[in-house]
Design a protein around this ligand. Structure first.
Ligand code: FE
Length: 268
């Protein structure tokens, strides 16, 4: 089994939301797809531990907001890595109620679908949900976010509950295997594929006499999988490229899930 083959499947990125008796819940999904056109129906797969699933099953409704490529990463972090049971994911976002009563998130999204749950299938760890789309609308002409962009440019992993989750150790083991090296060597990356060449080629700066190799060490957020790379810094947080992890301010927080510095460990 070559797990990286699964990364060749294409997906979008979505916010799936619902509400029941005044309580709102939502999460980030990549497995949403249209299954019929008349009536318009969509399918999505949701982990059974996901609070939003319980709200959808009780209310019988859900909405899907299609994330845009330049979406606010903290919004993705909050919907993707926090739990609706103890964190109000809607506190900082604009949401509107359409026909079903499910909250439709309008920030950072290009379109929405408002759905009535019509089927549910037990898949073991996940529940497959089929919804009939009762209403839909466009929010923006911007590009939608794809799962590949999410992985390659935002450097994010799938959360543990995602249907497409593959643990980092398995991927690393596969990457270091002789079979993988052979297939990587023979593979030709199409131009403009979205892969950041700086990353792909490990464009670390050439060491200088005073350069401490420890300053290049990458750190991973153990909550969400975000990797801090000193050569990139975190410009959105005012951290310039070339800043070692050890020089980050003590109140530095993960740009994706908001975890503090203590939640980072050396990538090794
Ligand atoms: Fe994080």
């Amino acid at each position: 089994m070559q797990y990286k083959a699964f990364h060749k499947l294409s997906y979008g990125m979505y916010l799936v939301t619902s509400a029941w008796e005044g309580a709102r819940a939502g999460y980030v999904a990549n497995t949403v797809f249209q299954v019929t056109s008349a009536p318009p129906q969509v399918a999505l797969s949701c982990h059974k531990n996901n609070d939003t699933l319980q709200v959808i099953l009780k209310s019988g409704v859900f909405s899907i907001s299609v994330l845009k490529r330049e979406a606010d990463v903290s919004l993705i972090g909050e919907f993707g890595f926090m739990s609706s049971s103890w964190f109000d994911k809607f506190a900082k976002v604009n949401a509107e109620v359409k026909s079903t009563g499910a909250p439709v998130v309008t920030d950072s999204c290009v379109a929405w679908l408002d759905c009535r749950l019509v089927h549910s299938l037990d898949l073991g760890t996940h529940q497959l949900l089929i919804g009939e789309v009762l209403d839909s609308g466009l929010l923006s002409r911007e590009e939608p976010l794809t799962y590949q962009w999410y992985r390659d440019h935002l450097k994010m992993l799938a959360p543990r509950n995602a249907p497409t989750y593959i643990d980092r150790e398995t991927l690393e083991k596969e990457e270091n295997s002789p079979a993988s090296e052979a297939s990587e060597a023979s593979a030709t990356e199409p131009s403009g594929s979205g892969t950041d060449p700086g990353r792909a080629m490990d464009a670390s700066p050439a060491p200088t006499q005073e350069h401490d190799p420890d300053d290049d060490e990458q750190y991973i957020c153990v909550v969400c999988g975000y990797v801090y790379r000193p050569e990139d810094g975190d410009p959105a947080a005012g951290i310039p490229p070339g800043t070692p992890f050890s020089d980050l301010p003590e109140d530095y927080r993960c740009p994706i899930c908001n975890a503090g510095k203590d939640y980072f460990k050396p990538l090794g």
